[in-house]
Write a protein that binds this ligand. Structure first.
Ligand code: NAD
Length: 354
């Protein structure tokens, strides 16, 4: 608590959150609550049937569906979605899916001022954030602005029961990464830290049961609750080395989002643990050292452990380490290119961090 003398800023958490099982049935009320009457319902192609079913249940409140959302929010897809929004005479978006679909909702909102209702079906955590990453001509740019954040988030445990086992684990580790980096963020405050620790603990408690029995609703609820808390942590603080490295690998080498986070996490935060005293609770939650404890937790869940399995070569690691130190940013430990290269090598080989 001595850190209180240094002061902090708590920015408030404006989004409305509806959490529970069967809450999808409350989306119509939430559209009306925003004073809207014609929703464009968004999804990826994989979840098109769910989006159609939701639109049907919304009746006249659904103007149309658009089911072409893709990873990393390509601008050409957004342009088609914005056209669909205009043609349908929509006045808000309902984004049903993971970070890709929620990203598309944010991209439409920034262009058309649309209110957003996000209904997350993974644990990636875009729904509570003011962050939008968009891709054009192979280049991803990310920006933050309060107007990007969805007005309402509906968490329905039942929508997560069918999330495939591997994605459940990698998406959860992606969420835990938000919580951990929020703890040592330069703009951390006591509320985001409380939420981050409780969120990380919820994953530790719920995830092993979910991995064993994906349809366990009580364990799924605990994990989704953790996802909400970690999403808040991401949305109200500034991320460091872990998220920067994941961004470099995803952006410059096309590695898949959740797997990249899952593999890097024990290595990046294990490295940073030596530079901060703010990860003591994380070490306690997972047992042992921060890096070792997390690596054991991930391994027991059957998570991917090797960057080499994502198609990266050792020369890619040289280039990635160089890109990662091009711009400076806040991090608990100074970042030397050699250290980053060694960290990437360990993650590439799947070695257990000390
Ligand atoms: P995703 O949204 O791309 O989903 C992956 C696949 O799983 C899709 O085909 C999707 O339809 C399917 N899926 C999702 N939920 C399912 C369910 N319950 N059952 C069955 N299938 C389901 O993956 P993601 O990891 O959630 O999101 C990754 C994207 O989100 C990346 O582009 C990343 O940059 C972005 N992201 C952004 C933020 C932010 O704050 N802006 C935060 C986290 C992630």
């Amino acid at each position: 608590m001595s850190g209180l003398l240094d002061g902090f800023t708590f920015p408030g958490i404006p989004a409305r959150v509806v959490f529970g099982a069967g809450t999808l049935g409350q989306v119509a009320d939430e559209v009306r609550r925003l004073g809207r009457a014609r929703a464009l319902v968004l999804s990826t192609r994989n979840q098109a049937e769910d989006a159609e079913a939701l639109a049907k249940s919304l009746g006249g409140l659904a103007a149309a569906t658009f089911s072409d959302a893709e990873m990393h929010t390509p601008v050409d897809v957004t342009e088609r979605a914005v056209a669909a929004y205009g043609e349908a005479g929509a006045d808000c978006v309902v984004s049903l899916g993971g970070g890709s679909t929620i990203g598309l909702g944010k991209a439409i909102a920034t262009r058309r001022g649309a209110d957003q209702i996000a209904i997350p079906t993974t644990y990636a955590g875009s729904e509570m954030t003011d962050i939008l990453g968009e891709t054009a001509e192979g280049h991803k740019t990310t920006r933050r602005d309060a107007s990007i954040r969805p007005e309402t988030v509906v968490y329905d445990v039942d929508l997560t029961l069918g999330l495939p086992a591997q994605m459940t684990v990698t998406s959860s580790l992606n969420a835990i990464a938000h919580g951990i980096e929020a703890l040592y963020a330069p703009d951390a405050n006591p509320v985001t830290s409380l939420m981050a620790v409780d969120g990380i603990r919820a994953f530790r408690d719920g995830l092993p049961a979910v991995a064993q029995t994906p349809g366990d609703r009580i364990a799924r609820a605990r994990v989704l609750y953790g996802a909400w808390l970690c999403s808040v942590s991401l949305g109200y603080t500034t991320m460091s080395l872990h998220h920067k490295l994941a961004h470099v690998l995803g952006g410059s080498f096309g590695t898949p989002h959740a797997e990249t986070h899952a593999i890097l996490l024990p290595h990046t935060v294990g490295f940073n643990a030596a530079g901060t005293d703010r990860l003591a609770e994380v070490a306690e939650i997972f047992g042992g050292t921060v890096g070792g404890g997390l690596w054991d937790f991930a391994k027991d869940l059957g998570a991917p452990l090797r960057l080499s399995a994502l198609g990266l070569t050792e020369s890619d690691l040289d280039r990635a380490a160089g890109i990662a130190v091009q711009n400076s940013y806040a991090n608990p430990r100074p970042l030397e290119e050699d250290d980053i290269r060694a960290l990437l090598q360990a993650a590439w080989e799947g070695a257990r961090p000390d």
